[in-house]
Design a protein around this ligand. Structure first.
Ligand code: ATP
Ligand code: MG
Length: 559
């Protein structure tokens, strides 16, 4: 199946198609991806990105990237830069320049004054506690604020004084005048503006009042000519407010808000707040730690943009929530890398093998395909020599039945090389095996002589012509299926203590001394591994991150 044919037809696409067919929607489809720059993007955001950019692509429209930046204290330029990098890396291009809700602060302010003049907003001096008390509950209606009926002129003056810095944080707020008895709490005179003396990453100290999300979002959408404002289900109850704002100010168009279910993955946290805790409290190396479900972490781990986009296609888009098995994401990356990753050999726990019948000073160059099914990917050279390394785990002195690897007296083929037979083991004074004495069969390069079939095939490297490497074996960060479901405990209680095991002194075939950094390798029989540029530079030798195992071995005792 091609990636194209796998693309599911989602319900939002169907809604737009129906609207076009009925003539209700004419002109271009315009969507937006509106991240708040208060953290790095995670796999949940990837779903929203693929949906918003995907819908625009499907209908020949456009998708904007807009930073929803109304909370200056929690936001930063670092997050803005990281988000732009991630969206581009996923393969999407936003229409025109990057946009910021803060670009519209002047217009938002004017729209707020418009509401005041229409008698639809007022300045309120209730404290936060009082306001909570006046708000009522799900079962009881709220009560009107004593400031609700201030005259328009007084509201205008107070709002301007708020803007001009005549009041302190929290002293006054601007509220919409809607309905304190509404069954929808979002409509009980929600706050539109609050006072915050905070420097803003885009507007500096120009403002000491900042608009709230529910006021900013619909107006920003309208100013950008967004036709379909796609957001997650928790905003369903905010839709009446979204529509109220657009009905009551003179904006140029009426975007339509459509909600879809968030992506939840088992064994994974997708909340920026919690991911930030992992970073701030040092449980991981940073936002781009390869165990993080962030786009930058997955990139560093070796995930490809194609695999993430395919995953988003596989899971589809719908109204019903639910949890997706993280195994599906792992399947998507395996599928992509199986088809495209160059093959290589790397011995994780080297055990020396000496071929007693191979001449001491001699070596020979063997040619192996870069990819067994794809000759276009070319060939690679590995060196055969008298001294080799195999993995300790591929030798057993007392092998179990049906052992397909090396054992005393048993023959095994070394991948792409000759068949060898183990004759003896050499031990150190503590009794540990430090070397195997073997013989190679010169008639077996690429062929099995008649009547003779070695037991199995194992990987190996030359001891004299290979590269030393470090391997970071990453595994799932949490060992609990729903790490944040635990009502008593904390999601941090479920960190997997074995999410990282570092192997130093691995030996990789010589070509890996200068590894590719554009795609992971498949280390034969071990999994997929991606060169970590920063760690490689720091270590002065190649360092690889394990992207994913060859098979799904989670919880099945696999390595
Ligand atoms: P978080 O809960 O991690 O803080 P957020 O929703 O506050 O996420 P935003 O930066 O506001 O993060 O999100 C930008 C867009 O991405 C929004 O439209 C949001 O609905 C969407 N989004 C965030 N998380 C998910 C998710 N898990 N699945 C799908 N879409 C998501
Ligand atoms: Mg948000």
């Amino acid at each position: 199946m091609s990636a194209e044919s796998k693309k599911a037809h989602n319900f939002i696409q169907s809604l737009i198609e129906e609207a076009i067919a009925k003539g209700e929607h004419t002109g271009k489809v315009v969507t937006r991806f509106p991240p708040e720059p208060n953290g790095y993007l995670h796999i949940g955001h990837a779903k929203s990105i693929c949906l918003n950019f995907g819908i625009a692509e499907t209908f020949g429209g456009e998708c904007n990237l807009r930073f929803d930046d109304t909370n200056p204290e929690k936001e930063s330029q670092e997050y803005i830069d990281a988000i732009k990098t991630d969206v581009e890396w996923l393969g999407y291009t936003w229409a025109g320049d990057v946009r910021y809700a803060s670009d519209y602060f002047d217009q938002l302010y004017e729209f707020a004054e418009e509401l005041i003049r229409k008698g639809k907003a007022y300045v309120c001096a209730l404290t936060a506690e009082e306001m909570a008390e006046y708000r009522g509950t799900l079962k009881t209606p709220g009560r009107n604020s004593p400031y609700r009926d201030r005259p328009v002129e007084e509201n205008l003056q107070l709002f301007r004084d708020m803007r001009d810095g005549k009041y302190q944080n929290g002293e006054l707020v601007l509220r919409a005048k809607i309905d304190m008895a509404s069954p929808n709490i979002n409509l009980r005179d929600p706050i539109l503006y609050r006072i915050r003396y905070a420097e803003h990453h885009q507007t500096g100290n120009r403002w000491c009042i900042y608009p709230m999300y529910d006021f900013t979002h619909p107006i920003s959408d309208a100013l950008e000519g967004i036709t379909h404002s796609l957001c997650t289900l928790e905003f369903e109850d905010h839709r009446p407010l979204y529509d109220w704002v657009l009905e009551n100010v003179s904006v140029p168009c009426r975007p339509r808000q459509i909600e879809f279910a968030r992506l939840n993955l088992n064994y994974t946290i997708t909340s920026k707040r919690k991911l930030k805790r992992l970073v701030d409290e040092g449980h991981v190396e940073g936002w781009d730690d390869p165990r993080m479900p962030t786009i930058s972490g997955m990139r560093r781990r070796g995930y490809t943009p194609e695999s993430i986009r395919n995953f988003c296609d596989m899971i589809g888009v719908n109204k019903a929530g639910g949890t997706v098995d993280v195994g599906m994401l792992e399947h998507a990356i395996r599928e992509d890398l199986n088809a495209r990753a160059p093959r290589a050999m790397c011995v994780m726990r080297p055990l020396k093998v000496t071929l007693v019948n191979y001449p001491e000073a001699q070596t020979e160059s063997l040619t192996l395909p870069v990819h067994p099914q794809n000759p276009d990917m070319g060939e690679r050279e590995v060196t055969w020599s008298r001294e080799l390394y195999i993995d300790r785990e591929d030798f057993s002195e007392e092998p179990p039945r049906k052992w397909k690897r090396l054992a005393p007296g048993q023959a095994v083929r070394l991948r792409g090389g000759y068949v060898i037979t183990c004759r003896d083991v050499v031990r150190d004074p503590q009794g540990e095996i430090v070397e195997l004495t073997c013989e190679y069969d010169p008639a077996t390069l690429g062929v099995n002589p008649e009547g003779y079939k070695p037991n199995g095939v194992i990987h190996w490297v030359s001891a004299v012509d290979s590269a030393e490497a470090d391997i970071y074996v990453y595994d799932r960060l949490f060992n609990h299926e729903a790490p944040d479901s635990d009502k008593e405990g904390d999601f941090l209680d479920h960190l997997n203590p074995e999410s990282l095991v570092v192997i130093r002194g691995a030996r990789a075939e010589k070509g890996l001394a200068d590894p590719r950094t554009d795609i992971p390798y498949q280390f034969e029989r071990e999994g997929y591994f991606f060169c970590d540029r920063d760690k490689t530079e720091a270590a002065g030798r190649p360092v690889f991150n394990r992207t994913v195992t060859l098979r799904d071995s989670w919880g099945k005792g696999g390595k």
